[in-house]
Design a protein around this ligand. Structure first.
Ligand SMILES: Nc1ncnc2c1ncn2[C@@H]1O[C@H](COP(=O)(O)OP(=O)(O)OP(=O)(O)O)[C@@H](O)[C@H]1O
Length: 213
């Protein structure tokens, strides 16, 4: 008689005994967790508790000690496979001043092998079609944030890493973001997101890691 083995879902991101310090200041230590495909881990904690530092370690910043793996391999931001699989919106992005909003997205879509109409679709979805021909320097802060999000959403990914994606978005933008992230999870993406917005955390988060507690 054959015995069926119960398949446990594998982790996409694995963090083991992670520590990061700036000089003598230990921001976090002894951190271990996993994130599976289709799940969202929310990082919470007060200002300065280490959320951004941890997100940066997930996408290639070298920690003081410990390991971070993505899909079973040590994270290496120069690895083309890693870059193809992982999208990030971390901090204020540097946009090319001489490329329009549409040109930015078009460039990224093509670089990731997407159809040319992908940029237009994302512009529409993110709600910045009306500024498609403007340069980044002429956008409002909320429009810049929408463009930052669009740079991730215009391309495929297996892991999405977001630092306070809700910042500067209006109410409609925040509601749209929550729906988009929920749809991403249903499509199988893993998400790790630092947020100060309890509504977004409740709408999208499956697990919560509290830093600075
Ligand atoms: N490059 C750096 N050099 C030295 N110290 C740093 C550096 N980056 C961050 N820190 C310090 O590390 C700590 C954690 O910062 P981090 O930005 O990770 O916190 P955070 O939880 O993301 O905060 P916030 O909620 O304000 O975004 C802070 O005390 C900060 O001053």
């Amino acid at each position: 008689m054959s015995r069926k083995s119960k398949k446990t879902p594998t982790s996409l991101v694995s963090v083991t005994d992670l520590e990061h310090a700036y000089g003598h200041r230990v921001v976090f230590d002894h951190l271990s967790f996993h994130v599976r495909a289709g799940r969202c881990l929310v990082l919470r904690g007060p200002n300065g508790s280490g959320k951004t530092t941890l997100l940066r370690c997930l996408v290639g910043e070298r920690p003081t000690s410990g390991t971070v793996t993505f899909d079973g391999r040590r994270v290496d931001e120069s690895d083309p496979r890693f870059r193809a699989d992982v999208a990030t919106v971390l901090g204020d992005l540097d946009f090319f001043p001489d490329l329009t909003v549409l040109e930015h997205l078009d460039l990224l879509a093509r670089a990731h092998g997407q159809a040319p109409e992908q940029a237009d679709e994302v512009l529409e979805a993110v709600g910045i079609s009306d500024v498609r021909d403007q340069f980044p320097g002429t956008l409002s802060s909320g429009q810049r944030q929408r463009l930052a999000l669009a740079t991730a959403f215009v391309r495929p990914y297996r892991l999405l890493v977001l630092d306070e994606p809700e910042q500067r978005l209006d109410t409609d933008g925040q509601a749209w973001l929550a729906q988009r992230l929920a749809a991403d999870k249903r499509a199988g993406a893993a998400i790790v997101m630092a947020t100060h917005d309890p509504d977004l955390a409740a709408a999208v988060g499956d697990d919560v890691l509290e830093l600075g507690a």
